[in-house]
Design a protein around this ligand. Structure first.
Ligand code: GDP
Length: 335
């Protein structure tokens, strides 16, 4: 667990003053350096990172946070690049972050390939950051949350968090964004899969990409999805998730997409749900940190360390019940 500064002791280290200044001035290098600091696993970096975050926090929170999920090949990077360029044209500053569970296994990354989003990455108004390439999904998601705050403090007013279509990472991204967008292919059966995984309940907006290939099939898939969604209980009483078709390569549908997002923001802003979501997410984040801290403390406890392997073997062999074993370990740890 990373050391946290005491309340009231969040003065940033002298060595990081220039970093904070650069970050708040919107300098991309400073932002990249700050994110590297929060991703570092060194404990001295951890303390500096938390002070840095505390110092810039008052400048964060003013962006629209958009989660975008879809299976590899659905067109996420093509879509994000097109949308990013469209939004830059409207005076916005974009940041693109990622949560990729596969990176935690083999160190790869959905944004690691430099050729992705080539146009967007060259723009001064855009900041693109690959997913942190190590750690558990929880750790990666936490770093992405912190990176998101840093991007906001650096003046990026639209943050896109990208993830692949794997249940847990989608839940993590939905838990750190204001609006969760599901990108789908217009193939029969995809919608049913999404419903099975329970991902539909997370979606605020569903987009069928590649509508240029077979527009009629895309319309049909959208209609089926609309009817499937109408049978689910919507997350908000004021928002039935819309379903639209789009072509990222032809940049066809970007305007409509953006209008829907603005409508979403206005509707949930007016009902107070937008702010409530963020409050809820902040608290959930705190509890996750508490849980992971307790778990780490438990595992590090000397009495637990000494007996954990033998207890686990006994549980596997059936010579002690899991409940009794857990109680014994918790007692040893004084919890
Ligand atoms: P990602 O893995 O989800 O990021 O998908 P990519 O953006 O890399 O796209 C995968 C492939 O689909 C690429 O060859 C894209 O050119 C193609 N593609 C993306 N969007 C569209 C689209 O709207 N229409 C068509 N025809 N192809 C697309």
């Amino acid at each position: 667990m990373r050391p946290m500064p005491e309340l009231g002791q969040s003065e940033v280290d002298a060595q990081d003053l220039a970093l904070v200044e650069g970050l708040l001035a919107g300098k991309r290098r400073a932002l990249a350096k700050a994110i590297t600091l929060v991703e570092s696993t060194r404990s001295d970096h951890g303390l500096r990172a938390q002070k840095l975050l505390a110092a810039v926090l008052p400048h964060a929170g003013r962006s629209l946070r958009i989660g975008i999920s879809g299976v590899p090949g659905v067109g996420k990077s093509t879509f994000i690049e097109a949308l990013g360029m469209f939004l830059i044209g409207r005076g916005h500053r974009i940041a693109v972050l990622a949560v990729d569970p596969s990176s935690t296994v083999h160190g790869g990354s959905i944004l690691g390939d430099k050729t992705r989003m080539e146009l967007l990455s060259q723009r001064e108004e855009a900041f693109i950051r690959p997913t942190p390439s190590s750690g558990s999904l929880g750790g990666v998601a936490e770093h992405t949350r912190e990176a998101l705050l840093l991007c906001e403090a650096a003046g990026h007013d639209i943050i896109i968090v990208e993830t692949v279509g794997v249940g847990q990472s989608e839940t993590a991204v939905a838990g750190m964004t204001d609006c969760f967008v599901l990108l789908q292919l217009p193939n029969a059966g995809d919608d049913l899969q999404a419903i099975k995984k329970g991902i539909m309940e997370l979606a605020d907006l569903v987009v069928f990409n590649k509508a240029d290939i077979d527009p009629a099939a895309a319309q049909l898939a959208a209609a089926q999805m609309r009817s499937a969604l109408s049978m689910l209980h919507p997350a908000s009483p004021n928002w039935q998730p819309p379903v639209m078709t789009l072509s990222a390569t032809r940049k066809d549908g970007l305007e409509e997409f953006w209008q829907l997002l603005e409508k979403f923001r206005d509707t949930l802003g007016a009902s107070g749900e937008f702010a409530a979501r963020r409050r809820h997410q902040a608290l959930a984040w705190m509890w996750q940190r508490v849980d992971s801290g307790l778990r780490e403390g438990f595992r590090r406890h000397p009495a637990v360390r000494d007996t954990l392997a033998a207890t686990a073997t006994a549980v596997e062999a059936g010579s002690i019940t899991p409940t009794a074993a857990a109680q014994r370990l918790l007692d040893l740890a004084g919890q």
